[in-house]
Design a protein around this ligand. Structure first.
Ligand code: MIG
Length: 769
C-alpha cells in the first residue's frame, strides 16, 4: 500500500485533495451531485451544463486515519492517499467504489499476418480499438448484483451490463445490432443499481471515450477517455427517479413542446422531389381520415442540396404551397444538413468563406469533404458567431412557412473518409479541433437551429436532430437514425427509447416502419402499435424502399393503423401533462419499468414492456407471427385498457394479442384525461376536456396552456385537480388560473355514469351541471 500522505483544502464547497504527486477536486453542487475533477490543462468549457448549478449545501470534511471523508445529507465520499474515491449513500450502502486491482485485458494480441488471414475470409478485425487508446481511466468495482442503464442511444438491451460502448458520434449505415459500440449520439451518462441502490455517473468529456460495463471482467467496470480533463459527476438519490432527476437538473430538461408536435408525422426521403407527390400524400391522409400534423421534407427540396434554398422547379411558389398546406392543418418540416456546397456562386458559401465560418485544415485552408451537394465546407458550430449566423439563416425556411427544422448528417457524416481529428474548429473562445468537438458538432448545430427558430418565431421551436451530446435535449427532439424494417429493430426500439429517456432525452422516436429495407404489412402494423406512445411519432423511410404509408397494404392494415392513431390522440393530453411534469422533475415520458419500480428485481432486464409516466403500461408484440404473450405486471392492480379486466401485480399474465391488439394496462385507480380525436391539432384552446376514471377512486393534476408559445413561463397556464374519493365524491378544482379561457365544461366518465362539470365564471368554480 502507498505510504503517501493526503492533505486537503476546503473552500466554498470545493475540496482540493493532494497526495505527493497529484491533485483531485471535489465540488459539491447539491447534497447529491458532486463533481470529481482533475485538471489536465484541457478545455474547461462544458457543452452539457449551462449556467450555475451550485446551491449552498451543508457538508463536513474530516481527516481520518487513511482518508479524507466528505459528507453531505445524501452522500459520503472517502478519498484515500492514492486518491481513490469511494462513495456511499446516506445509510452507508456502497455505491461507487474505486477498483484497487489491475485491469485484465481480454484482448488477444494477434499479429498483422494473422489479422490479414482473418480479414481475407471477410471477418471484421477492428483497427479502431478505442479501449486500448487510453489517456486516463476510471475503474470501479462491480458487484454480482449490479445493473446498468442510460448511455444514450446505444444498441442492444435495456441492461447494459456485460457490454462495451464507445462515445464517438458516427453515421452507421449497417443494420444496428447489439455488438455495435457507437451510433450517432454520445451521452456519457450511466446509471447503476448496486444491490438495489441507485446512483449515476456523468462523464462530461467530449473527447472519444469508452465504457466497459463489466465485459472485460466481472470484478470491475470502467470508463476511459483518449484526452480531456478527468471530469465526472457523482449522482446520488434515494431512488432511480431521484438520480435521473439530478442528472436532468444538471444537463437540462426537454422544454415543453408545442401540442401539435405530439401528433402524427409522416416522412419519406423522396416526397419532396415534387409538389404533386407531397400533395398526393397529404390528400390521402385526408381521404382516409388519418390525422396528420406535419410532413417532413428530405434533402430533395433544395437546389442541388444547397442549404437555405428551395428548388422552384419542384415547388413553384413554396411559400404559397406551405401556407396552403398549413391552412389544411399540415405543417412542413424541411431538412438541413451541415455541409455547405463549395460553389463560388452560392451566397451561403461565399458568406461563410468571407467570415471564416468553416472548419479548416491545420494549414488554414477550408476543409472540404464530399456530402450530398458534392464538395462541401462545414460550419464551425463551436464558434458562437457561427451559431448566430446559422440561426439567422433559418429564418429563410421559417419565412417560407416551415414549422420546424430537421437536422441530419451532423455527426458529422462525410462521404470521402471520416473527417480527420486534426480539422480545426472553435471551442467557444479558443481554437480546437474535431478530436475534441466531434461529439458536440450536432449539439451545437441543434442549439444554433433552436435559437434561430426561437428568435424568429417566438414559438416553442421544433428541431429534430440525429447527432447529439449530453444536454442536447434542451434544444431538440431526436430520432434514432437509420434503423431498418427488421423485427430486431422493432424490438430494439423499446430499450433504446427507454435508455434515451433515462439519459435526458424525453422527446425521442424511431423511424416507424423502419428506414432502410422493405417493411411488411405485419411489421408496419406491429410497429405503429408498439410506437403509439412514443413521444415523437413519425413514420419515415428511405428513398429506395417499398412504400410504407398507412394505406399501401390495404384495408386491414389501414384500419388498424387508424385505430391506433385514434388511440394516440385520446392520449395526447396525458402525454402533454407528462411533458409539463417532465419540465419540473426531469423524468422521461416513455420509461422502462425499472424507473418506476426500482426495487423490483423482476423488471431489471425487461426489454419488451415500457411505461408512459406512472400510470400506463404497454406490452407490445414485437415478434413476427406472435399473437399471445406474457406480460409482467409490477406491484399494484392493473386494468386492461380494452376489456377492463383487473389483474393483480407482481405477476406474469398471458394475454391474447391478435394482429389488431396492443396490450395496454392502466394502473388501478387512475384518472386520465381523454382527448378528442381530431385530424389536425388546433391552435385554438379547447373548450372542454374529458377525464376517465379507471377503478373506483383517484386523483389527477391536469395542465393547460396555449400549447404554442412561451407565455407559460410567465404563469399563463391552468392547473386542474380532478378527484374521485373512495366514497365516490367527484370534484374538479382549478388550482392555478393564469390562462384564459379555462374549459367551459369538464366531463368525467365514471365506470357507471358520466358527470358534467360546468365552469362558473363568477366564482371561478366547477360544479356538476
Ligand atoms: O445518407 O437525407 O438518417 O433520415 O432520409 C442519408 C436522407 C442521409 C440520413 C437520415 C435519413 C434521411 C437521409 N439521410
Amino acid at each position: 500500500m502507498s505510504s503517501q500522505s493526503i492533505e486537503f483544502e476546503d473552500k466554498n464547497q470545493q475540496i482540493t485533495l493532494h497526495n505527493d504527486d497529484n491533485t483531485l477536486q471535489l465540488t459539491i453542487l447539491e447534497p447529491d451531485i458532486i463533481q470529481v475533477f482533475q485538471d489536465h490543462n484541457k478545455s474547461k468549457n462544458s457543452y452539457a451544463i449551462e449556467g450555475n448549478k451550485q446551491e449552498k449545501v451543508e457538508y463536513q470534511v474530516v481527516k481520518k486515519d487513511h482518508y479524507i471523508e466528505v459528507t453531505t445529507s445524501a452522500l459520503c465520499i472517502q478519498v484515500d492517499a492514492a486518491l481513490k474515491v469511494d462513495v456511499y449513500d446516506a445509510t452507508g450502502n456502497p455505491l461507487i467504489i474505486d477498483y484497487r486491482g489491475e485491469r485484465q485485458s481480454i484482448n488477444k494480441t494477434v499479429d498483422e499476418a494473422h489479422k490479414k488471414i482473418v480479414r481475407s475470409e471477410g471477418h471484421e478485425v477492428s483497427t479502431l480499438s478505442h479501449k486500448d487508446d487510453t489517456y486516463y481511466e476510471v475503474v470501479k468495482s462491480l458487484d454480482d448484483d449490479e445493473q446498468f442503464y442510460g448511455l444514450g442511444d446505444k444498441t442492444g438491451y435495456l441492461n447494459k451490463r456485460g457490454y462495451e460502448y464507445d462515445n464517438w458520434n458516427y453515421d452507421e449505415p449497417r443494420p444496428h445490432i447489439e455488438s455495435f459500440t457507437h451510433l450517432y449520439k454520445s451521452i456519457p451518462v450511466m446509471f447503476g443499481l448496486k444491490n438495489g441502490h441507485p446512483y449515476g455517473l456523468f462523464f462530461d468529456n467530449t473527447y472519444r471515450s469508452h465504457f466497459d460495463m463489466g465485459k472485460e471482467s466481472p470484478n470491475y467496470y470502467y470508463y476511459s477517455a483518449v484526452d480531456g480533463n478527468l471530469n465526472y459527476y457523482i449522482l446520488g438519490g434515494t431512488s432511480l427517479k431521484a438520480v435521473i432527476s439530478n442528472y436532468t437538473y444538471l444537463t437540462g430538461r426537454v422544454p415543453l413542446p408545442q401540442k401539435w408536435m405530439l401528433g402524427y408525422q409522416q416522412s419519406r426521403w423522396g416526397y419532396s422531389m415534387s409538389q404533386e407527390r407531397v400533395q398526393e400524400i397529404v390528400d390521402k391522409f385526408a381521404e382516409y381520415h388519418l390525422p396528420l400534423e406535419a410532413i417532413h421534407f428530405d434533402i430533395d427540396y433544395m437546389v442541388g442540396y444547397r442549404v437555405f434554398t428551395w428548388d422552384t422547379d419542384k415547388f413553384k411558389h413554396p411559400k404559397q404551397f406551405l401556407n396552403d398546406l398549413k391552412s389544411k392543418g399540415v405543417r412542413v418540416i424541411p431538412i438541413l444538413d451541415p455541409g455547405v456546397k463549395q460553389d463560388d456562386n452560392y451566397d451561403i458559401y461565399q458568406e461563410g468563406l468571407k467570415k471564416g465560418y468553416f472548419a479548416k485544415n491545420p494549414d488554414g485552408s477550408v476543409y472540404i469533404n464530399r456530402v450530398w451537394p458534392g464538395k462541401s465546407a462545414f460550419p464551425d458550430f463551436g464558434n458562437p458567431d457561427v451559431r448566430t449566423w446559422w440561426g439567422q439563416h433559418c429564418k429563410f425556411l421559417l419565412d417560407t412557412g416551415a414549422a420546424g427544422i430537421w437536422i441530419d448528417m451532423n455527426e458529422p457524416a462525410t462521404f470521402d473518409g471520416n473527417m480527420p481529428e486534426e480539422v480545426v474548429m472553435t471551442d467557444e473562445d479558443q481554437q480546437s479541433n474535431l478530436k475534441q468537438l466531434n461529439n458536440v458538432y450536432g449539439h451545437n448545430m441543434a442549439r444554433a437551429t433552436y435559437d434561430g427558430i426561437k428568435s424568429a418565431t417566438g414559438k416553442r421551436p421544433y428541431v429534430i436532430t440525429r447527432a447529439a451530446y449530453a444536454g442536447t435535449q434542451k434544444y431538440s427532439t431526436i430520432w434514432t437514425g437509420d434503423n431498418q424494417s427488421l423485427w430486431p429493430h422493432l424490438q430494439m426500439m423499446i430499450p433504446q427509447l427507454s435508455n434515451l429517456g433515462l439519459s435526458g432525452f424525453s422527446f425521442a422516436g424511431t423511424d416507424i416502419g423502419g428506414f432502410s429495407a422493405d417493411t411488411t404489412p405485419e411489421l408496419l402494423t406491429r410497429w405503429i402499435e408498439a410506437a403509439i406512445f412514443s413521444p415523437l411519432l413519425r413514420n419515415h423511410s428511405a428513398l429506395q424502399v417499398r412504400d410504407q404509408e398507412p394505406w399501401v397494404f390495404g384495408e386491414q392494415v389501414l384500419s388498424i393503423y387508424r385505430k391506433y392513431l385514434h388511440l394516440r390522440y385520446h392520449f395526447i393530453p396525458y402525454l402533454y401533462d407528462c411533458f409539463a411534469q417532465e419540465t419540473k422533475d426531469g423524468l422521461p415520458v416513455l420509461r422502462p419499468l425499472v424507473l418506476n419500480y426500482d426495487d423490483d428485481a423482476n423488471v431489471r432486464n425487461l426489454n419488451d414492456e415500457y411505461m408512459v409516466g406512472d400510470r400506463i403500461l404497454v406490452a407490445p408484440i414485437v415478434q413476427q407471427g406472435q399473437t399471445v404473450r406474457s406480460v409482467y405486471l409490477p406491484q399494484g392492480d392493473w386494468l386492461d385498457l380494452w376489456s377492463g379486466v383487473q389483474y393483480g401485480g407482481k405477476n406474469n399474465i398471458i394475454v391474447e394479442a391478435p394482429i389488431d391488439k396492443l396490450p395496454v394496462f392502466i394502473k388501478m385507480n387512475s384518472i386520465l384525461p381523454w382527448g378528442q380525436f381530431v385530424e389536425h391539432i388546433s391552435e385554438q384552446p379547447d373548450e372542454t376536456m374529458t377525464f376517465r376514471l379507471f377503478g373506483n377512486s383517484g386523483s389527477y393534476k391536469h395542465y393547460q396552456d396555449d400549447g404554442v408559445d412561451f407565455e407559460y413561463e410567465n404563469g399563463q397556464y391552468n392547473l386542474y385537480q380532478v378527484t374521485v374519493t373512495t366514497d365516490g365524491e367527484a370534484s374538479v378544482t382549478l388550482t392555478n388560473n393564469g390562462f384564459a379561457p379555462v374549459y367551459k365544461y369538464i366531463y368525467l366518465e365514471l365506470p357507471n355514469k358520466k358527470l358534467t362539470f360546468e365552469y362558473d365564471e363568477k366564482n371561478k368554480k366547477y360544479s356538476v351541471a
